[in-house]
Ligand binder design. Structure first.
Ligand code: OSB
Ligand code: MG
Length: 368
């Protein structure tokens, strides 16, 4: 297929509820949608899962916009693509900028699946028809609000609850949640808010039967995590430390954690995500699909990758309605009893609601 046209949409969408992590609170999502068109006018869609500020990762929405328009779009436009794996190769000379790269990589994968009349899940080699998901709960000002939300989400059937923690809002918070919900599958995510100096606090978390503790230490670190894992019974799950296949390989070799949170954007796209998946499967490293407060398009990509067999633990892909008054896809993503059906239609398997996309578009650029 030939990439005849690429459209970038900068989108601003208000979240139903603000989301707080150890690095700050988000009220609005400012992100980018990418649309790639082939010679038949067929469109593939991707999402650049950046935020307005570089708090989770060094990229931010305006940096990715520049990266896309100055470097990545010119490389892809007018190219003849036989297989989406070529996109990663095409972008490889430019360093990092994985969220930007992934947004075009994902759009090309979607387009490729559509040209073949198969689902994106199928194109990736996924076989699951149903996937299991949990939900990620932000830091709350008071414990009552958190307990209420845990109850609500547990009643809705989510397969596990993840709560965000930070220094000063950790042991006591987890203790309360455990007292009220002794048996739910529970985990915590620190978003790299601790150092090895905090080892005693982190060890205290061992008493709460947590499934895992996600990214306790610095983003990018593998060595301190390996050291910490030796002192913890609770498995460490890596998020902000895994940006590539080589990171995953080295993390496994060093023993930096026992579980990997896969975010397709963070590793630069579906091709790299699949490579990491296959490696983890061989090495018996469990994994699950993380979330970046995506719109329906990013959510659809997450569902497709989660259909691969080594996504053995519930991910963070919750219902559209948890985040948005109205999502930009049809139908919306609906979780029932903690389960999602993997769509069988071509590509991402959801229709894009273009009116809704344009309603939230604050900047737009077309390349032909
Ligand atoms: O660390 O997994 C994270 C949201 C934004 C940035 C980082 C993270 C998160 C979440 C929310 O945990 C996941 C979601 O519901 O999409
Ligand atoms: Mg995380």
């Amino acid at each position: 297929m030939k990439i005849e046209e690429i459209n970038l949409y900068k989108i601003k969408m208000r979240m139903k509820n603000p989301f707080t992590t150890s690095f700050g609170t988000e009220h609005d999502r400012l992100f980018i949608l990418t649309e790639v068109k082939n010679e038949d006018g067929l469109s593939g869609w991707g999402e650049c899962v950046t935020s307005e500020r570089p708090l989770y990762i060094e990229e931010f929405t305006d940096s990715s916009w520049l990266m896309l328009e100055q470097f990545l779009v010119p490389l892809l436009l007018k190219k003849e693509i036989k297989h989406p794996e070529e996109v990663q190769e095409l972008f490889s000379a430019y360093k990092r900028n994985h969220l930007a790269k992934s947004s075009l990589d994902g759009a090309v994968w979607d387009l490729y699946a559509k040209t073949r009349g198969i689902s994106l899940a199928q194109a990736l080699g996924g076989e699951k028809q149903t996937i299991e998901v949990g939900v990620s709960l932000g830091i709350k000002d008071n414990i009552e609000d958190l307990l209420k939300e845990v109850k609500e989400k547990t009643d809705e059937g989510y397969k596990r609850i993840k709560i965000k923690i930070k220094p000063g809002k950790d042991v006591e918070v987890v203790k309360q949640v455990r007292q009220h919900f002794p048996d739910i599958p529970l985990m915590v995510d620190a978003n790299s808010a601790y150092t090895l100096e905090d080892i005693e606090v982190l060890k205290e978390l061992d008493q709460f039967k947590l499934m895992m503790i996600e990214q306790p230490l610095t983003a990018g670190d593998l060595i301190d995590h390996a050291n910490l894992q030796k002192h913890l019974k609770t498995p460490i799950c890596l998020d902000e430390s895994i940006h590539s296949f080589d990171d995953a390989r080295q993390a496994v070799e060093l023993g930096s954690g026992r579980i990997i949170n896969m975010k397709v954007g963070r590793v630069g796209g579906l091709t790299e995500a699949k490579k990491i998946h296959d490696f983890c499967m061989k090495k018996n490293i469990e994994m699950w699909c993380g979330g970046m407060l995506e719109s329906g398009i990013g959510r659809a990509h997450n569902i497709a990758i989660t259909s691969l067999p080594n996504f053995t633990l519930p991910g963070d892909t919750a219902s559209s309605s948890r985040y948005w008054e109205k999502d930009i896809i049809e139908p919306e993503v609906i979780v029932k009893n903690g389960q999602l059906q993997v769509p069988e239609g071509p590509g991402i398997g959801y229709k894009i609601d273009l009116d809704e996309v344009l309603k939230h578009t604050v900047e737009r650029k077309s390349f032909k």
